[in-house]
Design a protein around this ligand. Structure first.
Ligand code: MN
Length: 498
């Protein structure tokens, strides 16, 4: 059984390990640039020592290895090696551009612009968020490099003074992990959270860790028994299996779930989940049938995220069954590509879709947020922006079945603007699950919404502002009433002069 919370950085990070990591995944990649970047960074940082006592180059090297493990393009790996050069040495971005080209320089400049973010109260926090969104909208790879950078800093956090440890870890929990989650980078989110957990909530961390350790050993034998039975059955049905493995729930997400369930570990059914990886989506459904045929499914616990992926792109079948001796076990079934996506999210899309069209669609919400962030300078508005992303989300559907994700209690008007500004502007009514509803009715997950459009309508009603929930809808309504007010003033006020 895997303990996902224990993924340390490589014990002996070397240039060779980095090159091997890339070659393993991209046998034809040209590694000359990576080698040069390593030598360049090593020379630039020479004489600098990390707080842990190791030469500074170890840090960018570990950052680059993480990026290579995520199978990112060597250009991103090169930028990872160079990410602290302009900030910490005399070398400038211009020199990087001369040596490594525009793309690398642009990525490093993006990381540098984000700066060494520090968590200092709500104002700085929101300012940081805004910076993150602007950077993301420009080039999402900048944030991915920042994640890898942060991961290594967290792994070596023990060498910093306690006050600083707390600040870095809290900022990770509050800013980095939620963004990783929204980008569908489950593995990254989980690692960032678990590494920060013990610094932000040390007592709670010890408690949850104790709970898991007590149970994981007894569960291990049981999970092995269930996996073997399933593997034998899948083989009988001629379903090729990539892997079946038990995975302990990550500590921080277990902690959050415990808080929602009276802190009672007995109420948590997915402390261990069995992850079944097969060759293709069709086999996922066959495997599901096999599982339900051996063990009785628990009613209401089956979720088909393959047919209807989560908005962050996550795809899997989830089911919970009464397995051997009537014990409750959760299964997650997915194919190899879905598994890559679940772990690396948006980062995996650069691998699968180099034209970028898929990735572009995925980050549309990032662009919208950045645009909204730019238009708003007042703190209160930025706080709304924060709520938009981190509040609980609901998932609703267009009549064609496209998923739109919205904050809880969003209304048909929020939905209309999320689909298209024009639809929002001309929204005259709404049908939710085939029933006409009022425009301020809160939507629920799973609702199918059909907006009734009035083509003759010029713009949104100003009083919608009273009930809409998303920043995007608010911005659109305000912008429209501002321009219409200006037009009205122009008409109403006598023109002077001439
Ligand atoms: Mn760094």
């Amino acid at each position: 059984m895997q303990h996902p919370q224990d993924i340390p950085p490589p014990e002996n990070p070397t240039l060779q390990l980095l090159l091997d990591t890339i070659r393993e995944r991209r046998p034809t990649a040209d590694l000359t640039m990576v080698q040069l970047a390593y030598e360049f960074a090593d020379a630039a940082h020479s004489g600098q020592i990390r707080k842990s006592g190791v030469p500074y180059i170890i840090h960018p090297l570990c950052t680059a290895i993480t990026l290579a493990q995520m199978n990112l393009d060597p250009v991103v790996v090169v930028a990872g090696l160079l990410h602290d050069v302009p900030e910490d040495t005399a070398v400038t971005i211009e020199e990087l551009e001369k040596n490594f080209g525009k793309e690398v320089a642009h990525l490093v400049a993006g990381v540098t612009k984000l700066g060494k973010i520090k968590y200092r109260g709500i104002e700085r926090y929101i300012e940081n968020l805004r910076k993150m969104f602007v950077a993301m909208a420009e080039d999402i790879r900048v944030i991915i490099i920042k994640f890898a950078d942060r991961l290594h800093n967290l792994n070596t956090l023990e060498h910093l003074p306690p006050k600083k440890q707390y600040r870095v870890a809290l900022e990770t929990l509050e800013i980095y992990a939620p963004i990783a989650n929204r980008l569908g980078m489950g593995e990254m989110k989980g690692q960032l959270e678990d590494l920060s957990f013990k610094y932000v909530y040390p007592k709670e961390y010890a408690w949850v860790r104790g709970l898991v350790e007590e149970r994981s050993e007894q569960k291990e034998a049981y999970i092995n028994e269930v996996s073997q039975k399933l593997e034998a059955e899948l083989a009988k049905q001629n379903i090729p299996v990539v892997s079946v493995s038990g995975r302990l729930k990550r500590l921080y997400s277990l902690y959050e779930k415990l808080l929602r369930h009276d802190k009672d570990i007995e109420k948590i059914h997915d402390l261990v989940a069995l992850r079944v990886i097969v060759k293709n989506a069709a086999d996922c459904y066959t495997a599901l049938g096999v599982i339900h045929n051996i063990w009785r499914p628990m009613p209401g616990r089956f979720k088909d995220y393959i047919a209807q992926p989560k908005p962050n792109g996550y795809q899997s079948l989830h089911t919970t069954v009464f397995a051997e001796q009537g014990k409750i076990v959760e299964f997650q079934i997915r194919d190899e590509e879905q598994n890559m996506n679940a772990e690396f999210g948006i980062a995996a899309h650069w691998v699968y879709d180099e034209t970028g069209s898929k990735a572009t669609k995925q980050i549309k919400w990032v662009r919208e947020l950045a645009a909204a962030g730019d238009a708003m300078t007042r703190l209160k508005d930025l706080e709304n922006l924060k709520i938009d992303i981190f509040e609980n989300r609901i998932f609703v559907f267009t009549p064609k079945g496209d998923v739109i994700d919205l904050p809880e209690n969003a209304t048909p008007v929020d939905f209309a603007f999320a689909v298209h500004t024009q639809i929002g502007n001309q929204c005259a009514g709404a049908r939710v699950n085939d029933r006409i509803v009022s425009l301020d009715q809160p939507l629920k997950s799973g609702d199918v919404i059909d907006i009734i459009v009035d083509k003759s309508k010029k713009g949104p009603s100003a009083d919608w502002i009273k009930f809409v929930k998303t920043t995007h809808a608010k911005t659109c309504i305000k912008q429209y009433s501002k321009t219409s007010l200006a037009n009205w003033l122009k008409r109403a006020l006598p023109t002077r002069g001439k």
